[in-house]
Design a protein around this ligand. Structure first.
Ligand code: B12
Length: 212
């Protein structure tokens, strides 16, 4: 099985959507891997793509081909992932903060959380502070998850936290942050409740926060 998942990861990194879609279909039809395994490999594949982009081995077209391979694989795997056991419950609002349009990692996390049974309201990218506040009020969510990628959008993350305080909502909702170029130190500095680096830790953090 590891071999199939490695091939899956490799096809995504290579941007070979036909191959990754074929493997995704096989996984879905034969229940050949657990959702956690699938998410881990998708996350890891795109992290490799990100590194290749940063080192100049890949350019935007290569990266977008890999992103398309992920999108297609997710589409094919979705029905299979959602028929698996749903063992969690909780409402989560998620979005990428204002000024930021990165969504590949966020989308993987959203899918993983939904597959684990959470009711996830995905607000998309470039989400204003007001939109986050409105969603927290309307959904009475347990957890607010904020994606922030660039250094400049960290300011937007702080703005959401300040607005939560101002609106008297900070004690009602747990805030989790994540995203490339984000660190544990920064998360502690801005005062979120938890930080997660990848799919596995995001799931673990949500599980833990909802048990408190
Ligand atoms: C893909 C990408 C793009 C794509 C985005 C496409 C898309 N639809 O998302 C495009 C080309 C559009 C782009 C644009 C820009 N980008 Co860009 N981009 C990347 C890149 C290469 C990969 C990001 C990615 O998708 N990784 C794969 C996924 C799976 O990983 P991930 O996003 O990190 O997500 C994982 C975790 O972070 C975590 N996670 C993610 N979100 C969340 C949220 C929560 C709550 C939790 C718990 C966890 C979590 O779980 C995910 C799964 O494991 C990174 C470099 C890198 N190595 O990360 C730069 C990077 C993020 N980009 C960067 C920059 C600067 C930009 C631009 C400003 C300009 C530019 N020069 O390219 C614009 C910004 C536009 C804007 N306003 O947002 C910088 C940010 C640097 C900084 N410190 O500010 C980076 C780090 C590259 C670099 N070293 O310069 N980018």
């Amino acid at each position: 099985m590891t071999e199939l998942l490695d091939q899956f990861e490799h096809a995504v990194v290579a941007g070979d959507a036909d191959k990754s879609a074929g493997i995704a279909r096989a996984i879905a039809e034969g229940a050949l891997a657990t959702p956690d395994e699938v998410f881990e490999h998708l996350g890891s594949a795109m992290e490799k793509v990100g590194s290749k982009y940063e080192t100049g081995e890949y350019f935007v077209p290569e990266m977008l081909r890999s992103a398309e391979a992920v999108r297609l694989a997710i589409e094919l795997l979705e029905p299979y992932l959602f028929t698996r056991g749903r063992d969690q419950s909780g409402v989560i609002v998620m979005g990428t903060v204002k000024g930021d349009i990165h969504n590949i990692g966020k989308n993987i996390i959203v899918l993983a959380l939904r597959a684990a049974g959470y009711d996830v309201h995905d607000l998309g990218v470039n989400v204003s502070t007001m939109k986050f506040i409105k969603a927290v009020k309307e959904t009475s969510c347990d957890i607010l998850m904020l994606s922030a990628f660039t250094t400049s959008t960290k300011v937007a993350l702080l703005d959401v936290l300040t607005a939560l305080e101002r609106e008297g909502l900070r004690d009602r909702v747990k805030v989790v942050s994540g995203g490339a170029s984000h660190s544990e130190e920064f998360a502690a500095e801005v005062g979120v409740d938890a930080f997660a680096r990848d799919v596995k830790s995001a799931l673990a953090v949500c599980r833990e926060l909802l048990q408190r």
